[in-house]
Structure formats: C-alpha cells, structure tokens
Ligand binder design. Structure first.
Ligand SMILES: Nc1nc2c(ncn2[C@@H]2O[C@H](COP(=O)(O)OP(=O)(O)OP(=O)(O)O)[C@@H](O)[C@H]2O)c(=O)[nH]1
Ligand SMILES: [Mg+2]
Length: 335
C-alpha cells in the first residue's frame, strides 16, 4: 500500500512581492526639446493567496516547502511604460484548514469551501511615475514614488478533516476493518493496538451515486483528551464529523468490558469537546461472529440502556443494513 506522511499542522512563512518603483523619466525626441515627464508607474507586487481545493487532502506539500513567496512588481519605465504586475502565488489547501496568524494567535480564516480564498500577504502597491506629478506650476517634475513594501507573515495551518462520519473506538475495536469493508479505503488491520497511526479517510459510495466521507482515527484510550495514547492528537478530526459511529469490540477480545469501553469513549469525547457527546451517533457492536459477543451484548444493553447495531467487520454480517442506515441518516451528502 502506498504510504504517505500525514501532516495536519504546518508553519508557513509567506512573503508577498514588493511593488515596482515609479519612474522619473522625460520624453526625448528629435525636434522636441522639452518633452515633459513620461515615467510610468510600477507594477503591483504579487500576493500570497491560500485557496480551498477539494482535491487536496493533506498539508504535506507545504510541510516540505514552508517558505512561500510571490513575485515582485516590475519598475515603471520611460515612455509611460507601466511595470508588470508580480504574479500571485496561489496555494491549494485542503478543505477544513484553519489559517492562523502564528504570532498574534488570531484565526484568520477557516477554509471550508472549494474555491474559498484568503490573501495572507498582500503584494506591495506599485509606485507612481513622474507623469502623474505634472501640474501647471511644475511642468518637469522629477518626483516619483517607490513601490510598496512586501508583507511578511508567519502562519500556522491546521487541518481538521471534514468527514461526514467519524469512527471512534478503542484500539483493536475493528474500526479499520470496518472502514475497509464499507468504503474504498484499505487501511492496515492487525491484532495489536495502535495499528492505525494517522487518520484515514474513506468514501462510501451508494447505489444512487451519493457518497459519504468516513474518517478512521487512531484508537482512543482513557486520558486521550489529556494527551494519553495517540488518539488525542486526532480527536479534533472528529470535531467536524456530522455523525459519529462508536465501534465497540463486543467480544471483549482484549479482556475489556464493552460497556466500560463505551463509557470511556463518551467521557473522552465529552472532555475534549462537550458538544461531541451530543453529536448524532450510532453504536456498533462489532465482532458479533465471536461467541463471547452474545453474552456481553445482554449485559451491555442492561448497563448502558443502548441497543447497538450488531455487525461483524470480519464476516460482513450486518454491514448492508449499516450502509442503508447511514444512507438514510446522513441525508444529503456533503459533496
Ligand atoms: N473476529 C473478529 N475479529 C475482528 C472483527 N473486526 C476486526 N477484527 C480483528 O480485530 C483486530 C483489530 O482490528 P483493526 O481493524 O485493526 O482495529 P482498529 O480499531 O482499527 O485498531 P487500531 O487501529 O489499533 O485502533 C484485527 O485482528 C481484526 O482482524 C470482527 O468483526 N470479528
Ligand atoms: Mg485501525
């Protein structure tokens, strides 16, 4: 499987282009002794612009080239020649990226739509040529202005995946197994905890061609909201999911009690962000192919008052019903 570094936070140093200088020049033509001023204006400097792009899914490119510059404007010249504008530097970033001014700690923009733009460093204005300073009292002005200074800004970009559905569960609960069965993603599945080290996005495509994006995040453990384990760094990726799927290992393969797992998950989410506990959700009882699962299910129902949807990510049991339910519940998909 192609492995790719997952980068969800980067520092970017953006510098716009300087404006071109205005020119102080005089017309020189045969038989025209005092031709008057003809110095053109400088071109505007290029801006550094961030633009949301639905095809982008990582900040990895910026991670490897954090210094982003735009071109300087050209200087104005004689014969009223205007300097060329400096080209903008337009950078495509994934939807769900927060753009922060790193030093001021101010949120500049939250890029959530395809094509949404923010100018993070505006190009310097072009200087004015002496042609504009001619007046009745000054027919030969030598005055012109310099181009505007470039802007420099240090940004922090933070990607929060925008999935329709977020999978949450303890390590080994079977989240990645489920993702690989219902979506087009093929995450690594293994019998040891913390197999998944980065969030993984998959797409579920339905028969009517609508689709939902589903995010698998590394397993959460108790204390995750305080930074224990791996999941804490990724909890923010579920913040934007419209819908949560709690994946519970109902067979208790790792000698845990499923009802404790469920309580632990809800607590961790609530402590991370109180609104997450109220997010629409479904509880999935996974590993129902194992005999212990049936026994545990009774107790789980009694203790939590929740009647989970029974599935087996291994045998495929219950997955068609689950897909149908997701289709129905998530309503209009976010395209
Ligand atoms: N018997 C059975 N085993 C399952 C089922 N689903 C997953 N497993 C097994 O459980 C183990 C963990 O599965 P994963 O899908 O890697 O679990 P995960 O929740 O993604 O784990 P982390 O990435 O570590 O958080 C693997 O050995 C799977 O084969 C199931 O429905 N039945
Ligand atoms: Mg996994």
């Amino acid at each position: 499987m192609k492995s790719r570094k997952f980068i969800d936070k980067v520092t970017v140093y953006a510098t716009s282009g300087r404006g071109g200088n205005g020119s102080a020049s005089f017309r020189r033509e045969k038989f025209v002794p005092n031709g008057g001023p003809d110095g053109g204006d400088g071109g505007r400097g290029g801006s550094v612009i961030l633009r949301g792009d639905k095809e982008e899914d990582s900040l990895v490119r910026l991670f490897f080239s954090p210094h982003q510059k735009a071109k300087h404007g050209g200087d104005g010249r004689g014969r009223q020649m205007h300097g060329a504008s400096g080209a903008d530097n337009i950078i495509a970033i994934p939807l769900g990226t927060e753009v922060w001014d790193r030093d001021a700690e101010v949120l500049l923009a939250d890029i959530v739509e395809h094509g949404q733009e923010i100018v993070v460093a505006a190009g310097g204005k072009g200087g004015v040529g002496n042609i504009h300073f001619k007046s009745s009292t000054n027919q030969s002005p030598t005055k012109c202005t310099s181009g505007g200074e470039p802007e420099e800004v240090t940004l922090r970009l933070e990607l929060k995946i925008m999935a329709d559905i977020g999978l949450v569960g303890l390590p080994n609960a079977g989240k990645s197994s489920l993702l690989s069965r219902v979506s087009d993603a093929h995450p690594k599945v293994a019998s040891y905890p913390f197999t998944t080290l980065n969030p993984i996005l998959g797409t579920i495509i339905f028969e009517d061609y609508t689709h939902l994006r589903i995010a698998d995040i590394p397993g959460l453990i108790e204390g995750a909201h305080e930074g224990v384990g791996l999941g804490h760094a990724f909890l923010r990726h579920v913040e934007r999911s419209r819908f949560l799927l709690y994946v519970i290992d109902m067979a208790g393969v790792d000698a845990r009690k499923p009802e404790d797992d469920y309580t632990c998950l809800r607590d961790e989410l609530r402590l991370h962000d109180a609104s997450l506990a109220d997010r629409p959700s479904l509880v999935l009882a996974n590993k129902m192919d194992l005999p212990e699962a049936l026994e545990n299910l009774e107790r789980f129902r009694e203790e939590t008052g929740v009647d989970p949807i029974q599935i087996s990510a291994e045998s495929g049991h219950g997955l068609d019903q689950l897909r149908a339910k997701l289709h129905e519940l998530c309503g209009k998909p976010r395209l």
